[in-house]
Design a protein around this ligand. Structure first.
Ligand code: PXG
Length: 303
């Protein structure tokens, strides 16, 4: 059975979910998005994702024609329409339909899409054995260009890095910034552990302010582990005791080799294991509820 997609105020079957070829999201990558996850009938960190979506839109000077409350409801209703209680949700807002010129003033209304689908996860084996990654020649966009804090529809920088990872036969790539400091991966943030201290690149060096990243920082602090948001290089990656990645899809995933160097003792480390267990407890806490008892009753009444 196909998905029901939210498109500009309506739910339509996926085969009818079509956007104009004059949409500036298509022509120029002019727009913003979020990747969100629902666990056991509840959307994880809804507010954080909706806030980031509106911040991204604000920075590109695009007014989303829904309030945050309405957007929250669109996301929940998309899960309901597809009867999904554990899923990956993609909310997309593009500049909308314009003409062939790049002037956004020609686009009168942003296009809003929300998709909820089953999630494709990394295989369990990677969580147990760890992942091989490489650093790639493509550098992360600098904050003075398209700031990586904007979760924009222009992911070419990350896609270039992903191609380089694909060519090397590994699932993820680490991007450095223009100065050679470690920034992040194509769709994940990065952490290292050295002498019991958890370190992750500071936001200002140019990376996405990841929702999972922030939860992991909070968790580590709650566990009494020192956390530093700082700068570090490939050297620090190679000599780290542990390296792991964080993201909505991946949650926390251990890295065991980088550019063929074995990290630590080549298996997921103790700090990683504690943080992953902590995170998996966190996702069980109730968040924005998809199906409430009253919601279910309402659905029945309509039939
Ligand atoms: N950095 C980048 C560049 C991202 O796109 C993250 C970090 C992690 O952030 P969150 O907020 O999810 O903890 C992301 C988000 C995919 C996919 O299909 C993943 C992301 C975005 C788009 C697609 O793997 N990750």
């Amino acid at each position: 059975m196909g998905l029901k997609i939210y498109l500009d105020g309506k739910f339509v079957p996926e085969e009818d979910a079509k956007v104009s070829v004059f949409d500036h999201g298509f022509l120029y990558g002019d727009g913003v998005f979020e990747g969100i996850r629902a666990y056991h009938n509840s959307v994880f960190k809804m507010k954080e994702h909706v806030d980031r979506l509106y911040d991204s839109a604000q920075v590109i000077n695009m007014k989303i024609p829904l309030t945050k409350e309405e957007m929250t409801e669109v996301i929940l209703e998309t899960c309901r329409q597809n009867e999904l209680q554990d899923c990956y949700i993609r909310a997309v807002v593009s500049r909308g339909k314009g003409d062939l010129g790049l002037d956004p003033r020609k686009c009168s209304v942003p296009t809003i899409v929300c998709i909820a689908s089953s999630i494709s996860l990394y295989p369990d084996e990677l969580y147990e054995k760890g992942m091989e990654v490489i650093t790639v020649p493509t550098r992360r966009n600098g904050p003075e260009g398209v700031n990586p804090r904007i979760k924009s529809l222009n992911y070419l920088n990350n896609i270039m890095a992903k191609i380089e990872a694909n060519m090397a036969g590994v699932p993820e790539a680490i991007l450095l910034n223009q100065e050679g400091y470690v920034a992040e991966c194509t769709g994940d943030n990065i952490f290292i552990v050295k002498n019991g201290i958890v370190k992750t690149p500071a936001i200002h060096i140019g990376l996405l302010d990841g929702v999972t990243r922030n939860e992991v920082i909070k968790l580590a602090k709650q566990m009494g582990i020192e956390v530093q948001e700082t700068t570090f290089t490939r050297y620090d990656l190679f000599v780290a005791d542990e390296v792991f990645l964080t993201g909505t899809a991946a949650e926390l995933i251990p890295v065991t080799t980088i550019d063929s160097r074995v990290i630590g003792d080549g298996k997921p480390g103790p700090v990683f294991n504690r943080l992953l267990s902590g995170f998996r407890e966190l996702v069980k806490e109730p968040g924005a509820v998809i199906f409430t008892e009253t919601g279910k009753k309402k659905k029945k009444c309509k039939k």
